[in-house]
Design a protein around this ligand. Sequence first.
Ligand code: IPM
Ligand code: MG
Length: 357
Amino acid sequence: MSSKNIVVIPGDGIGAEITTAALSVAQAAADKCHISFTYETKQAGGAAIDAYGVPLPEDTITACRRADGVLLGAVGGPKWDNVAPELRAEKAILGLRKELGLYANLRPIKVFPALAGQSPLKPEIVSSVDILIVRELNGGIYYGARQEATVINGVEQACDNEIYSRPEVERIVRLACRAAIGRKGKLMSVDKANVLATSRLWRKVAAEVVQDFEQVQLNHMYVDNCAMQLVLNPGSFDVIVTSNLFGDILSDEAAVLSGSIGLLPSASLGDGTGLYEPIHGSAPDIAGQGLANPLGTILSAAMLFRYSLSSEQAAAMIDQAVEQVLNDGYRTADIYQPGFTKVSTEEMGRQVIARLR
Ligand code: IPM
Ligand code: MG
């Protein structure tokens, strides 16, 4: 098999520790599956602001465009919170999503049986949770025209625009339909159509797109109700498809169901290179201490094998090893409880490798 090339972007804070752990798991899984890949490390976020004065250097964009997949840790931190808006570390992620045309963000929310007691919700409510959030990632209020705070007629005001076009809604709903077919076939489109024009377009287009997918059963839900149902009855959801902003908010909420945001991976897909990252942030407060949970990044590497390297075998091998590690009682600080084995970021990676088979 020809060799694949991965770009690794550690980013800031705990980014370096978690990507190092995930990369060693990925190498071990690739060896076992006779896949060969090379990787190069690139900068983005605060690290790039320090080194190059910009959050997303051209060189990083070019390398990502050429790569078969990108594994990203996390970006940002208090050190860069007061820079100009266009230089913020978050611009690295938003820029990469735009430059690579990553319009679909897949965020699977699962509750590992070993951790059902870890969730702030009752085990009987979370044990049946298996949700895939499909978040639109290239449009909406994240990319609409923006006016930073300015004084107009003596009053300071600011403005953000939410824009969606029919093709943007069509492609994300289509992708969500295909994802639903591989699961229970239930698609929940989430919007705020009782108030927002973009949501009314979204709802109309979603209903039309689903006509092409006989196996998919579509329902619509307002986002406020969805936020409530995610804690009342999370087991009722299969696939959720929603806009950029609503997906951002709902995926953090849903992450809590699993017991720790440190466990959750994501894939950002488009027509070119895919990007894979844990959904948590850079956690500067615990950086460099071996406290970070690498499992979200390790599971992101599994998604990279699944969607960008066409190796379901390596992906499933990593998923199973992670589940086994948790069953065997290994816990990083964020999910530790007395009676379990507390391990560092690096040791967690080693324990996953030991269970790849
Ligand atoms: C996420 C993050 C990003 C987002 C930030 C870092 C720009 O919260 O991936 O969910 O808002 O999309
Ligand atoms: Mg977010």
